[in-house]
Design a protein around this ligand. Structure first.
Ligand SMILES: CC(C)(COP(=O)(O)OP(=O)(O)OC[C@H]1O[C@@H](n2cnc3c(N)ncnc32)[C@H](O)[C@@H]1OP(=O)(O)O)[C@@H](O)C(=O)NCCC(=O)NCCS
Length: 175
């Protein structure tokens, strides 16, 4: 087990950087939005205290990077994503969420490709997995556009067990 230090990296339109407590208001814009949280493993944040608690937990997460996505054009924090090394399976899994008014503009695909590239070059990551609730087709498109291919069905539940989703799993093995 190790604590990864999330670096600042970039794409054409985004800066991917570590999140900190000062970001709480901006992050709550999406963690507190039912439309964004619906298929996420976390239950929608009821108040900003929950978001602050989550931000405080990031520094001690093991084997995981968490990036905030900042739009270069206006400096706005519009979402976040994570890349986690699952030691037991020797694979890297990734996920993301974006504030609602920024959906459908290719930001998540752009950020996810960069997260993959970073783990590939800096951590020697070669095998990547991701999954999405069957109904969450937009996430499926992001995963496919990152090059992963369908690898079967499974299911996952929210942390508070309030909902369980049938999900599609994907995998990619790079040379
Ligand atoms: C999933 C999510 C991160 C996608 O972010 P995004 O920045 O809009 O994604 P992109 O613009 O890079 O790509 C979205 C793709 O899905 C497609 N798409 C968008 N809405 C769709 C819908 N309702 N049905 C089918 N496809 C859809 C887009 O057309 C695009 O594909 P294309 O380039 O082939 O046209 C965003 O919708 C979100 O934050 N959802 C809530 C959180 C979440 O579900 N996270 C993933 C959990 S597994």
């Amino acid at each position: 087990m190790s604590i990864f230090i999330t670096p600042t990296i970039e794409t054409d339109r985004l800066i991917l950087r570590p999140l900190d407590l000062k970001d709480a208001d901006d992050v709550f814009e999406w963690t507190g939005d039912e439309r964004v949280a619906e298929y996420m493993i976390y239950p929608c944040h009821k108040n900003i205290e929950v978001t602050i608690e989550w931000l405080c937990s990031l520094d001690s997460l093991e084997n995981e990077y968490t990036w905030g996505f900042v739009r270069k054009s206006d400096g706005k924090l519009i979402g976040s994503g994570g890349m986690r090394f699952r030691t037991e399976e020797n694979v890297w899994s990734f996920g993301y969420n974006l504030r609602y008014d920024c959906w459908g503009q290719g930001y998540t695909t752009e950020a996810s490709k960069r997260m993959i590239e970073y783990a590939y070059s800096e951590n020697n990551a070669r095998e990547f997995v991701s999954e999405h609730a069957v109904e969450n087709t937009a996430s499926g498109r992001v995963i496919e556009k990152c090059g992963l291919v369908f690898d079967g069905y499974s299911e996952y539940s929210k942390f508070d067990n309030s909902r369980t989703f049938k999900c599609k799993k994907y995998r990619m093995i790079l040379k």
